[in-house]
Design a protein around this ligand. Structure first.
Ligand SMILES: Cc1cc2nc3c(=O)[nH]c(=O)nc-3n(C[C@H](O)[C@H](O)[C@H](O)COP(=O)(O)OP(=O)(O)OC[C@H]3O[C@@H](n4cnc5c(N)ncnc54)[C@H](O)[C@@H]3O)c2cc1C
Length: 357
């Protein structure tokens, strides 16, 4: 049974479609019939893509893999009875289980955040609210969190809503913390050139109905706040009895197998990779997909598993919202229209693998 239609599971389904897993009944339990691809979300916001271009019809993909698709939310796992509970129907049994359910926004430590912000994750819940926001643009918009997603979303909003005042709240960490200094400088320049105000030095202490409150700095009045801070573990995973890391994500070994479980696997944002810390990034889930597919097949057929070996570095490309991008790999920083062309090509090629007949 596959739970969650994330980036790793779409690859599992693609591979099972190409080469069926004989003798097994496959069930996909996922919340949404259309699985969003985050890499193109900023392009959707900027108006460079239609929403459908960034959505994978996971029901159709499951059908090609011979899998039954249940569009529903998993709410728990009974490890002893080997059943997955769901919100809208009877629990389902499994012999082999794989989880790729992503993460949730990290709003827990900030009072008012859960009530007042528009969280970027989960993306399926974001899209309808985003549509409403784009239709009646607020005068003052804030994006909290200046990692890759926050920077891209602020730039996309600027491109789409030229009349709105956009503020990127970068907090103590600043813009693109953890990325090479040259990329950080380039991103800061791109934000400033596009009239995006950067608020940094202090993290948000509280979100109120009309803006943000800081420990010392003056409050920031805003009409809408998008929340793009780090990922947190979905609460329901805590009640499964599966081993979790300090942040609450499911601990997996090098083969993506849940610690202490030989019939349960996890990948993508919902997994905490025991051998080394990994970023919560789509690129990790994408890279884990083929390993997960191979190991699920091996587990089903009683063969040996193989480890996932993370790359030491990968290409990061950030859309600037206007058919330009900046990016980095191995410390080299690039930017401009060619970088956007490359990002667009990579993203379209990714989607074509899963959207096709
Ligand atoms: C705006 C934005 C831009 C980003 N851009 C990039 C980028 O350019 N590059 C990059 O590497 N990363 C990017 N990221 C990060 C990226 O989105 C995540 O790391 C990635 O989506 C994780 O993939 P995943 O497979 O773990 O889960 P997800 O893609 O989150 O998919 C989870 C799936 O599980 C389903 N699901 C969730 N809970 C349940 C449940 N209880 N029961 C059943 N189904 C469930 C969901 O409906 C969804 O189909 C971006 C994030 C955002 C918000």
């Amino acid at each position: 049974m596959l739970v969650g239609g994330g980036h790793a599971h779409v690859e599992v389904l693609r591979q099972f479609a190409a080469s069926p897993l004989t003798g097994w009944r496959i069930t996909l339990l996922t919340r949404e019939a259309m699985s969003p691809y985050s890499g193109m979300l900023p392009g959707v916001i900027a108006g460079l893509y239609r929403a459908e271009q960034a959505l994978i019809d996971i029901r159709a993909l499951a059908a090609r893999a011979g899998a039954e698709a249940l569009i529903d939310r998993a709410t728990g796992i009974d490890l002893e009875a080997k059943r997955v509970h769901r919100a809208g129907g009877e629990s389902r049994p499994f012999d082999l289980l794989s989880l790729d359910t992503g993460a949730t926004p990290d709003t827990a430590g900030v009072p008012g955040a859960a009530a007042h912000v528009l969280a970027l994750k989960p993306i399926d819940a974001l899209l309808p609210r985003l549509r409403a926001l784009l239709e009646s643009p607020p005068a003052r918009l804030g994006v909290v969190g200046a990692g890759a997603a926050g920077v891209e979303v602020a730039l996309a909003l600027r491109a789409r809503l030229p009349q709105s005042r956009v503020t990127l709240v970068a907090g103590v960490a600043g813009v693109l913390a953890g990325f090479p200094d040259r990329l950080r400088a380039r991103a800061t320049a791109a934000l400033t050139e596009r009239r995006i105000a950067i608020h940094q030095g202090e993290d948000v202490a509280e979100v109120v109905r009309d803006g943000l409150v800081f420990p010392r700095a003056a409050p920031l009045a805003l009409d809408a706040v998008l929340w793009a801070t780090g990922a947190a573990a979905p609460a329901w995973l805590g009640e499964t009895g599966l081993a979790r890391d300090r942040a609450g994500f499911l601990r997996v070994d090098a083969c993506l197998q849940a610690i202490g479980q030989d019939r349960i696997f996890a990948a993508g944002d919902c997994a905490g990779f025991d051998p080394q810390p990994l970023p919560k990034a789509g690129v990790v889930a994408v890279r884990q997909g083929p390993v997960l597919a191979r190991n699920l097949r091996a587990a089903a057929e009683g063969r040996a598993l193989r480890p996932y070996r993370p790359q030491s570095d990968w290409l990061v490309l950030l859309s600037l919202g206007d058919r330009r991008a900046i990016g980095t790999r191995n410390g080299v920083v690039v930017g401009g229209r060619a970088a956007w062309w490359l990002k667009d090509w990579i993203d379209r090629r990714f989607m074509a693998r899963y959207q096709g007949a």
